[in-house]
Design a protein around this ligand. Structure first.
Ligand code: CP
Ligand code: NVA
Length: 314
């Protein structure tokens, strides 16, 4: 049994397989072809933080593959009344086939996984957001490494530069793990006090990223420019301090102009126009944010299939 708690829980060749499957699964969805390998399987989704994309993509994806879902939140389950996470894991995992959790500390999902009889997927923690980076990489591959028949070239990621402009948060940490595994470099620019901690990011090789004080320099020559909210869920008390600290970390047309002419713009969403990104960028021609959001569903269907059925053909 495998869990997906961090991006580094899978190897490069498993990502190559997953992206292939995601392309096949997406094509079937677009062609209205029924594909239900998870008939009679149940996914439990536990949300301790808000969500739009994660909930809809997992829920719709599971139904499309023939399965069903159970949706739990802190407020409407015993999780909010101090039932130990270990006991919740023991009980829930006896009744379902797969669990997705969005919560606060990574240790919480690790404790759940340690007592679960079924695979557990990280739907976002304070430290990581692996399903989002899975979708982001698939979106990049679709744009830069997929031929007309849908065949994928994983080498399209090698040597690329991803510019991360903003908070040293769960998304940034996960980008670093992806860079280490798949062979690209992240140019990171965060305001002072919001830097990435490589120990928290969980990377061994410090060469997979470079730090820039000036976000404009981080964008120079980038193949992809990406950012995220200034204040992540769980940090709302810091909102006002962050608004001041992050004022110069808004991805605008000038930053995009310093990247490669064909650079893409990504944002995991939800976005705040005029804060971390200018409207002309997120709504402009280099932005692929809507594909990125849609691809959450296709890659997660491939991930759920892999965790429950292993490698399959067809
Ligand atoms: N990107 C993302 O995870 O979105 P939600 O918070 O809406 O799930
Ligand atoms: N970094 C953000 C991502 C939201 C999808 C957060 O954790 O709130």
């Amino acid at each position: 049994m495998r869990h997906y708690l961090q991006f580094k829980d899978l190897r490069a060749e498993e990502y190559a397989y997953l992206f292939d499957r995601a392309a096949i699964i997406k094509r079937r969805f677009k062609n209205y072809e029924k594909y239900q390998p998870l008939t009679d399987r149940t996914l439990a989704m536990i949300f301790e933080k808000a969500s739009t994309r994660t909930r809809v993509s997992f829920e719709a994806g599971m139904y499309q593959m023939g399965g069903s879902v159970v949706h739990l939140t802190t407020g409407d389950s015993q999780l909010g009344r101090a039932e130990p996470i270990e006991d919740s894991a023991r009980v829930i995992s006896r009744m379902v086939d797969l669990v997705m959790i969005r919560t606060f500390e990574q240790t919480k999902i690790e404790r759940f996984a340690a007592h679960s009889r079924v695979p557990v997927i990280n739907g976002l923690t304070n430290e990581y957001h692996p399903c989002q980076i899975l979708a982001d990489l698939f979106t990049f591959i679709e744009q830069r490494g997929m031929d007309r028949r849908g065949a994928i070239d994983m080498d399209c990621l090698k040597g690329r530069v991803v510019a991360w402009v903003g908070d040293g948060n769960n998304m940034a940490n996960t980008w670093l793990q992806a860079a280490e595994i798949l062979g690209f470099t992240v140019h990171v620019s965060t305001p002072s006090g919001y830097e990435i901690d490589p120990a928290v990011a969980g990377i061994q090789n410090r060469d997979c990223y470079k730090v820039f004080k000036d976000p404009r320099q981080a964008c120079a020559g980038a193949d992809l420019v990406t950012t995220d909210v200034w204040t992540s869920m769980g940090y709302e008390a810091e909102n006002e301090t962050r608004r001041t600290a992050f004022a110069d970390w808004c991805v605008d047309a000038d930053m995009m102009a310093r990247a490669k002419p064909d650079a893409l713009f990504m944002h995991c969403l939800p976005a705040h126009r005029g804060e971390e990104v200018a409207a002309e960028v997120i709504d402009g021609p280099q932005s692929v944010v809507w594909d990125e959001a849609e691809n959450r569903m296709h890659v997660q269907k491939a991930l759920m299939e892999y965790l429950l059925l292993g490698r399959i053909g067809g």
